[in-house]
Design a protein around this ligand. Structure first.
Ligand code: DQQ
Length: 652
């Protein structure tokens, strides 16, 4: 506490930021070895004592400073003389099957995006985000809590680092941060899911029975909905799953094309005692959410009304539908309703690969949902995350009475990069979701409190003044695993003010105006040849009022020219009397940034070549022309999470 800010004397100007020279680095590595599928179940845990002992062991091990050897002790960056020219492997075939996993923002380079070294690739792996040991992952599936364990399933290709051969990967955790990989829960082994065990959701019935509905891509490439349930509900690990012999339980109804029918939601109970589920689809260009009722999850009735439809939004994937409490501080079970409740409807838009949501009212009498603000409807209004983020799903955590949101973060390098490094994609830090009672227009997303257990030593910076056009280094040592809380005050210099902003976030962090941009440069090297600005900028809107934008500029994040780099952002509500604030989780190649307590979120993937290991630094910057910025920060170094295979062979 109370550590003095370090002013290093670096007086980098805005134009330095724009023109810092790039010097290419040679580098090579060898492809990772292919994954050996997990085999065999050692048994079922039946003893609570054993569970507790195991949990204690995991938590104990997680106290070690780092479980990923070499993460922050920079291995020599000396290139090795291996080339990737012989990389071959399965090609992602999503488009042919009616999904397109690695697209939009599309970068279809067939080559490696850079002369990557092993050290660079190793650095990109995250330390406290969930990702499989190797190969491809996409959507989170069927998250649930059962008998002491949080379960996460995920779309997983056990054979390669590109999409295909999709199974349900499976992992468990006692705290949503430290994870143990389990054997694959479901393989594509039946005609009704021969081409993939696709996305689905879990519903916990009164009495504790768990049912899963998932989309199967049939042997004939038709999208159908299938039912699965645990073979043994008394197994806390839910290792074995039974696919209902009568599958599929739903086939595309009349008027719906065979490749436009997927991703059933968690069920909710209606006033008539029947369950409802909704399934995303489209008719012509209109995104829709079909509603079915059921009493037994094997027989269904399609309702005449859709839950909601928005013209021009295209195919709705991974629809999510859940209540939020207007005045409450707790999450709600999916069947909750009545006064004091609003409903969130979320759709993942296949056309743009973006997750949009809206707040509105659910009318249980006819199973329709109406947005509060039609101009902010699903697909045209708010997004969960303004960065690289897709196919999200929530679940209700009965232990802490909270709703938790998972989201898939894809790579923004090339498919060949992924094949070379042997893995692709990760999940966000799980986020709690609450209604924002102060604005009434958005939800709040915030990293689950358990992530704070990874916080190590912290450094405070009080009122660091950053003058127009300058950069100030924050002396915290290595800056690759951080939890940053930052607040900013601005002090007008009384200069003539011009506040034009070209588009939402301008054309990036080098686009100067009176009131911004200013913020932090994460994963930056000492010479600022690589850096990623996370920033605010204030600008007058057309009606003269001041609007605040929250942005991330990836354009200088890497010297690798072949990775996708973008300026992301959105306006963010700032109410009278509020300070500008952001929280940033830095975890190697992912940066998750939350503005104003989680009103807006931006997740970014970055692949630096220089600003890695001990060379990664953190700076404040102010590219405004008319204001000083005073920043107050608390910054924690973050431990690595314990994410390993479950020691099933030690269970008797
Ligand atoms: N991913 C799954 C589909 C879903 C898509 C296939 C969204 O069920 O629509 O892997 O990323």
């Amino acid at each position: 506490m109370g550590t003095k800010p370090s002013h290093t004397g670096i007086s980098t100007t805005a134009s330095d930021l724009e023109h810092a020279a790039y010097s290419p680095l040679p580098g090579h590595s060898s492809p990772a070895s292919p994954r050996r599928p997990l085999k065999g179940f050692a048994g079922i845990i039946s003893s609570c004592i054993f569970l507790l002992a195991l949990v204690a062991l995991i938590l104990d091990q997680s106290q070690e400073p780092s479980h990923k050897p070499g993460k922050d002790e920079a291995p020599a960056l000396t290139p090795k003389a291996t080339s990737f020219s012989n990389i071959s492997g399965p090609v992602a075939r999503g488009v042919a099957q009616g999904v397109s996993a690695k697209s939009s923002p599309s970068f279809s380079g067939n080559e490696l995006s850079y002369n990557w070294t092993n050290a660079m690739f190793s650095w990109q792996r995250t330390a406290f985000h969930f990702q499989p040991q190797r190969n491809w992952m996409n959507d989170p599936d069927g998250p649930l809590y059962h008998e002491g364990w949080y379960h996460l399933f995920y779309q997983y290709n056990p054979d390669s680092a590109v999409w295909g051969n999709i199974t349900w990967g499976h992992a468990v955790s006692v705290d949503l941060i430290h994870w143990l990989y389990l054997p694959i829960a479901m393989f594509p082994d039946s005609w009704f899911d021969w081409n993939g065990v696709w996305t689905g959701s879990a519903t916990i019935l009164p009495g504790g029975q768990i049912v899963i509905l998932y989309t199967g891509d049939t042997d004939n490439y038709v999208q159908v909905q299938n039912l699965a349930y645990p073979a043994n509900l008394s197994d806390p690990l839910l290792l074995d799953w039974v696919k209902y012999p009568g599958n599929p339980v739903l086939v595309p109804p009349t008027g719906i094309l065979p490749k436009d029918f997927r991703d059933p939601t968690t069920g909710w109970l209606g006033p008539d005692g029947k369950w409802r589920i909704t399934v995303g689809s489209k008719v012509n260009g209109t995104g829709i959410s079909l509603v079915y009722t059921t009493t037994n999850f094997t027989d269904y009735e399609l309702l005449d009304n859709v839950l909601h439809a928005v013209p021009g939004t295209g195919m709705w994937e991974c629809v999510d539908f859940y209540p939020v409490s207007i005045n409450g501080t707790k999450g709600l079970d999916t069947s909750a309703g009545g006064p004091g409740v609003k409903h969130v409807l979320k759709a993942s838009l296949d056309n743009t690969k973006l997750d949009y949501y809206a707040l509105g009212t659910y009318f249980a009498e006819n199973d329709t949902w109406v947005p509060d603000d039609p101009e902010q409807d699903v697909g045209i209004g708010l997004r969960y995350d303004y960065g690289r983020y897709y196919a999200s799903k929530t679940f209700f955590d009965p232990v802490k009475e909270r709703r938790i949101l998972w989201g898939w973060i894809n790579e923004t390098d090339t498919a060949n990069d992924d094949l070379a490094k042997g893995w692709s994609s990760l999940q966000t830090i799980p986020r709690t979701v609450l209604y924002d009672n102060n604005t009434g227009t958005n939800i709040l997303q915030w990293p689950v409190e358990e992530v704070e257990s990874l916080r190590l030593n912290s450094t405070d910076f009080d009122g660091v003044v950053v003058e127009p056009g300058s950069v100030v280094e924050l002396d915290i040592g290595t800056a690759t695993q951080l939890d940053i809380l930052a607040e900013f005050e601005i002090e007008s210099l009384g200069l003539e003010e011009t506040n034009e902003v070209n588009g939402l976030c301008g054309s990036g962090a080098t686009d100067r105006s009176s009131f911004g941009p200013f913020g932090l440069l994460v994963i930056a090297d000492e010479t600022l040849s690589e850096l990623t600005p996370i920033y605010f900028r204030l600008a007058n809107s057309s009606d003269g009022s001041l609007e605040t934008y929250f942005c991330t500029d990836e354009r200088r994040s890497s010297m690798a020219s072949g990775v996708f780099k973008q300026v992301y952002g959105s306006t963010v509500p700032v109410l009278d009397g509020e300070t500008l604030s952001m929280r940033i989780l830095v975890d190697h190649s992912i940066v998750e940034s939350f503005a104003q307590g989680g009103r807006r979120v931006i997740s970014s993937r970055i692949y630096p070549t220089e600003a890695i290991y001990g060379a990664a630094r953190l700076f404040l910057f102010n590219n405004a022309t008319g204001v000083n910025v005073k920043a107050t920060l608390k910054i924690w170094q973050m431990n690595s999470a314990f994410i390993h295979p479950f020691p099933l062979d030690q269970i008797h």
